[in-house]
Design a protein around this ligand. Structure first.
Ligand code: NDP
Length: 449
C-alpha cells in the first residue's frame, strides 16, 4: 500500500474512531483503489482522498413529537450531505432505532460511489432518525414525519438535496414528508423527494426498482460467467421493499426463492415462497414473517437466536442479503460456501462484513457489491426527478427498460475496471475503482472546494 494511502487510513481511523460502520465503508473502498491512487501521485498534494472522505456538511437536529397518549417524545434527526461533486445531494432517509452518525456517514459515503456508477447527475447523501416506526399508529407516523420535515425542509430542495426512502421509510412516510414540505414552502416542488406515490408525482416502477435492479445485475454477472438464474435456488434476507421485488424478479427469470426473513427469523418453503402472502403480511398488515405459517403450515419458521441469521444456513445457489448492514458474517459466508453457493448479490447496503466478502471471493463465489447491485433504486429516483422536471410521465415498461439498461451499463463498468486493474471477476474492486475514477476526475476539475 502506498504511503499516501496508509497515512489517509491512519488519519481517518484517528478522527473517526467512534464510528465503526463508517470506518468499515472507507476501508473497503481504500483497500481496492490502490492501483488508481498509485498511478496518480498528484492526488496527495490536492488532498483528494481526504476531501472525498470528509462530508461536506452534517446536520443533526431535535425531532419532538406527540404520541397517541399525549406524551412528548424526542428523537434525533440527521442529514449527512456528503458530496455534491456530480449533482445535488441524493440519498434515502432511514427510520430505525439503530440510526446514529456512524451509520449515516457510512451510508452517505457509499451513496457517493453508487450514484456515480449510475452515470446520472446525482451527488451523495443520507439521513434519518433513531425513531422506531414499528408498532406506531398512522397518526404517530404522520406527526413524527411532520416534525422531522419542519427542520429538514431548510436544508433540502430539488436542486440542493433530494431525500428518498430507506429502511422504515416507504411510500406512506414519503407522503407525509412531502405534504409538510409543500405546506411550509407554499410551492409544489415535485422533485424535492423521490419515492412518491404515482398519484402525486412518483415514478412508475420506483417501488420495484432496487429489487429488480439487483436481479438485472445478477443476470449480467452470471451471464459473464456462462451461467443464468434459470432453475437456481435463491435465499433472501429481509422481507421489505428490496427483498420483495428482488424475489418477484428472481421468480420471473425462472429461479426458485425458498427463504425470506425479518429481524426475528426466517421462513423456509421448499415449494417456493408465496410472494403474494409475504406482500400481504409485510406491505398491508405490517406483521411478522412468522405469520406465513398460519396459512402455509408445511413451511418451516427458524427463529434467529444470535448475530448469524438462520437464512444463510439454508442450502442455496444464490444468496441475496436485502435487510441491513453486516448481516452476513464470516460464519454465514462459511455456511454458504459449504452449501455450494455460486453467487451473492448485495441488495442491502454493506450487508457482508469485510471478512465475509473476502472469504466469499477467496472461495470463488461471485459477489455483486451493493454500490453497484442496488443502484437501481437511486437510478430510478433520478428518472423520477427528470419526469418531475419535464412534467411528463413514462410508462412502467419505459422506466423498467431504462433501469435495465442502466444496470447493464453498471455491470459493464465494474467488469471493465476489474479487468483493467488486474482483479478480473472481483466486482467489489471493480465497482469501487469505476466510481472512484469518475469522482476523482470531477474533484480535480472543480478545484479545491
Ligand atoms: P424495509 O424497511 O422495506 O425492509 C427492511 C427489511 O430488513 C425488513 O424485512 C426488516 O425486518 C429487515 N431488517 C431491518 N433491520 C434489520 C436488522 N437489524 N436485522 C435483521 N433484519 C433487519 O427497507 P428496504 O427494503 O428499503 O431496505 C433494505 C436494505 O436495502 C437497506 O440496507 C437499505 O439501505 C438498502 N437499500 C434500499 C433501497 C430502496 O430503494 N429502498 C435502495 C438501495 C439500498 P423487520 O421488519 O423485522 O425490521
Amino acid at each position: 500500500m502506498s504511503l499516501y494511502l496508509e497515512n489517509v487510513i491512519e488519519a481517518t481511523n484517528r478522527k473517526n474512531s467512534n464510528e465503526p460502520e463508517f470506518l468499515q465503508a472507507v476501508e473497503e473502498v481504500l483497500a481496492t483503489i490502490k492501483p488508481v491512487v498509485d498511478a496518480h501521485p498528484e492526488y496527495e498534494k490536492i488532498a483528494l482522498l481526504e476531501r472525498m472522505i470528509e462530508p461536506e456538511r452534517i446536520v443533526s437536529f431535535r425531532v419532538p413529537w406527540v404520541n397517541d397518549e399525549g406524551k412528548v417524545v424526542v428523537n434525533r434527526g440527521y442529514r449527512v450531505q456528503f458530496s455534491s461533486l456530480i449533482g445535488p445531494y441524493k440519498g434515502g432517509l432511514r427510520f430505525h432505532p439503530s440510526v446514529n452518525q456512524s451509520i449515516m456517514k457510512f451510508l452517505g459515503f457509499e451513496q457517493i460511489f453508487k450514484n456515480a456508477l449510475t452515470g446520472l447527475p446525482i451527488g451523495g447523501a443520507k439521513g434519518g432518525s433513531d425513531f422506531d416506526p414499528k408498532g406506531k399508529s398512522d397518526n404517530e407516523i404522520m406527526r413524527f414525519c411532520q416534525s422531522f420535515m419542519t427542520e429538514l425542509y431548510r436544508h433540502i430542495g430539488q436542486d440542493v438535496d433530494v431525500p428518498a426512502g430507506d429502511i422504515g421509510v416507504g411510500s406512506r412516510e414519503i407522503g407525509y414528508l412531502f405534504g409538510q414540505y409543500k405546506r411550509i414552502k407554499n410551492a409544489y416542488e415535485g422533485g424535492v423527494l423521490t419515492g412518491k406515490d404515482v398519484c402525486y408525482g412518483g415514478s412508475l416502477a420506483r417501488t420495484e426498482a432496487t429489487g429488480y435492479g439487483l436481479i438485472f445485475f445478477m443476470r449480467e454477472m452470471l451471464k459473464a460467467h456462462g451461467n443464468s438464474l434459470e432453475g437456481k435456488t435463491v435465499t433472501i434476507s429481509g422481507s421489505g421493499n428490496v427483498a420483495i421485488y428482488a424475489c418477484q424478479k428472481a421468480f420471473a427469470y425462472g429461479a426458485k426463492v425458498v427463504a425470506m426473513s425479518d429481524s426475528n427469523g426466517c421462513v423456509y418453503d421448499e415449494n417456493g415462497i408465496d410472494l403474494e402472502l409475504i406482500k400481504q403480511i409485510k406491505e398491508v398488515e405490517r406483521g411478522r414473517i412468522s405469520e406465513y405459517l398460519k396459512t402455509h403450515p408445511h413451511a418451516q419458521y427458524i427463529e434467529r437466536t444470535d448475530e448469524d441469521s438462520p437464512v444463510w444456513k439454508i442450502k442455496t445457489d444464490i444468496a441475496l442479503p436485502c435487510a441491513t448492514q453486516n448481516e452476513l458474517t464470516l460464519n454465514s459466508a462459511k455456511a454458504l460456501v459449504e452449501n455450494g453457493v455460486i453467487a451473492v448479490g448485495e441488495g442491502a447496503n454493506m450487508p457482508c462484513t469485510i471478512e465475509a466478502t473476502n472469504y466469499l471471493l477467496e472461495h470463488g463465489v461471485l459477489v455483486a457489491p451493493a454500490k453497484a447491485a442496488n443502484a437501481g433504486g437511486v437510478a430510478t429516483s433520478a428518472i423520477e426527478m427528470s419526469q418531475n422536471s419535464m412534467r411528463f410521465y413514462y410508462t412502467f415498461e419505459e422506466v423498467e427498460e431504462k433501469l435495465d439498461r442502466i444496470m447493464v451499463n453498471i455491470f459493464n463498468a465494474c467488469k471493465e475496471a476489474s479487468d483493467t486493474y488486474g482483479c478480473c471477476g472481483n466486482y467489489v474492486a471493480g465497482a469501487n475503482i469505476a466510481a472512484f475514477r469518475k469522482l476523482a476526475k470531477a474533484m480535480k476539475a472543480q478545484g479545491v472546494v
